[in-house]
Design a protein. Structure first.
Length: 342
């Protein structure tokens, strides 16, 4: 595989305390900060279990999970390791000029693979990050839908045994929801890191023109996202830098493309900053750049979480399927859909 993520020491020295560990990039510090900042900023319309300090710390830790999955073997690693990035050319095409544009991705991954093969490029090198984000968001919608149904059912159920089962299943679903939110956090965080969106992912690509003489060092990626972030970033600064929510006119595929393209637009500014010495510890510009990128990731995760909660009211879950809206309104009994009709 084209990419390699370096093992880096990372610990958050911030408002929320996390244990010091050795793990894989953003690094661990960056992923923890994105997850914690997003959860701490969720509005009251979200369920209480996901808005506690404990949930913020938990999602921060679980944001590291996709890095910790690595090394399991094939086919596991091929499917998951390639989910952390998408290598785009400067104009938003995947890998090469003939590759699909990020705004025009096929619906399914196998169709994406076929398009890359037709473009004459290496499927394994291109990355699946947009699909990972969309898949993780859709899973979070399912989780929240079950949370809605179980809460409504537990509140109305008069049979003690059924009520007890609903409460137990709700505990399971809350734990799964935090885990899945952590997975979404990881990929959204990756997508805020410019090197995860570009063919210039670890120094300027040596096979493309480099008119500004940017570094081609293979230490560039790890220098920025690991030890530098650990030294310079604080949770309170990231929270203060988070932009306001954007929740209107949501379309998952368009939103994902917009987000990735916004990060791609920070690739050249990163390399200009690096060339001018901005990532020396005595230069505040590098720290400010990292704060802005982490804040962008946290804000996007906050917004996607809110949007997933809202979308969960409009779907059906279980088998036989039951509409969430009908259960919440009290016009449908979800027992068979939840427990299974067999």
């Amino acid at each position: 595989m084209k990419r390699a993520h370096l093992i880096l020491a990372a610990a958050v020295s911030a408002v929320v305390l996390f244990p010091a560990v050795h793990a894989l990039s953003w690094g661990s510090t960056g992923h923890r900060l994105v997850g914690a900042a997003a959860v701490r900023s969720l509005p009251d319309e979200l369920p209480a279990f996901v808005r506690t300090p404990q949930a913020a710390a938990e999602v921060g830790e679980l944001s590291r999970e996709p890095d910790r999955w690595k090394g399991a073997g094939q086919p596991h690693d091929r499917e998951r390791d390639t989910a952390h990035f998408v290598d785009m050319t400067d104009d938003g095409r995947v890998m090469v000029a003939a590759g699909p544009h990020i705004r025009e991705l096929p619906e399914l991954k196998w169709q994406y693979d076929a398009a890359l093969i037709q473009a004459g490029t290496d499927v394994n090198a291109a990355g699946y990050l947009p699909y990972a984000i969309m898949d993780a968001w859709q899973q979070l919608v399912r989780d929240f839908a079950y949370i809605r149904v179980l809460n409504a059912a537990a509140a109305r159920e008069t049979d003690p045994e059924r009520a007890a089962w609903y409460r137990e299943d709700l505990k399971r679903r809350e734990a799964l929801t935090l885990r899945d939110l952590g997975v979404l956090s990881h990929y959204v965080g990756d997508a805020a890191q410019p090197h995860h969106t570009t063919i210039h992912y670890n120094g300027w690509d040596r096979d493309t023109p480099n008119p500004e003489g940017f570094t081609t060092s293979r230490q560039t990626h790890g220098m920025f996202e690991g030890a530098f972030v650990q030294r310079t970033q604080r949770l309170d600064a990231i929270e203060a830098a988070m932009p306001a929510s954007r929740l209107e006119g949501f379309d998952l595929r368009a939103r994902t493309a917009d987000y990735l393209l916004a990060t791609l637009g920070q690739v050249t500014p990163f390399y200009r900053l690096e060339k001018s010495g901005g990532f020396r510890d005595d230069d505040p510009r590098g720290a400010a750049f990292a704060t802005e990128r982490l804040a962008a990731g946290a804000a996007e995760l906050r917004d996607l979480t809110i949007l997933a909660w809202r979308a969960s009211a409009e779907v059906s879950v279980g088998w036989p399927a039951v509409k969430v809206a009908e259960v919440e309104a009290g016009s449908a009994d979800p027992w068979l859909a939840m427990i299974g009709e067999d």
